[in-house]
Design a protein around this ligand. Structure first.
Ligand SMILES: [Zn+2]
Length: 169
């Protein structure tokens, strides 16, 4: 079973590769099963594939987040089109245990992705759902919570971040 990958691991900095229908079917089925188990175990809202050590363009949302995702929980090869004002709100990340920081995101996004049966999905998301999509999309580009927080916050969290990086959190 795959487990959560913490800040400091190189895979979190990779630009993830697109998934290919057919070629990736079996790999994806096992990957999604593992991702669901990890998300449930750590009680997260969302999880991106590199967070379990696989640099591929996939993220999931929990089944019971209450977010308006129209029943979709699997997003493959997503593309985002942001809209609306920039909004600051607190975010956490399973790869940064115990870290919370204000992050500025677009209020809304149109997300185009494939679902787990490779069917195209287009959703217009706002609020927390849009924030989740932007956070998880960042992971697929190798961009992390630490890159999105302000300088002051990063400095305040320096020793905590160092502990996570060194595996001693
Ligand atoms: Zn994250």
């Amino acid at each position: 079973m795959r487990d959560i990958v913490l800040y400091g691991h190189d895979v979190l900095r990779e630009r993830c590769r697109p998934l290919e229908p057919g070629r990736d079917d079996d790999f994806l089925e096992i990957l999604l099963t593992d991702m669901r188990a990890v998300l449930r175990e750590y009680n997260g809202l969302g999880l991106a594939a590199p967070q379990v050590g696989e640099p591929v363009r996939a993220f999931i949302a929990g089944d019971d987040t209450g977010l308006p995702l129209a029943g979709h929980t699997v997003f493959l090869n997503p593309e985002l089109e942001p809209f609306g004002p920039r909004v600051r709100a607190e975010e956490g990340c399973l790869s940064f245990p115990g870290v919370w920081a204000d992050v500025e995101r677009s209020h809304g996004v149109v997300i185009r992705a494939l679902d787990r049966r490779w069917e195209p999905v287009t959703l217009e998301l706002t609020g927390m759902a849009a924030r989740l999509a932007q956070h998880e999309f960042d992971h697929l580009e190798g961009v992390l919570l630490v890159d999105r927080m302000g300088m002051v916050k990063r400095r305040l969290l320096r020793s905590r971040l160092k502990r996570i990086q060194e595996g001693g959190c």
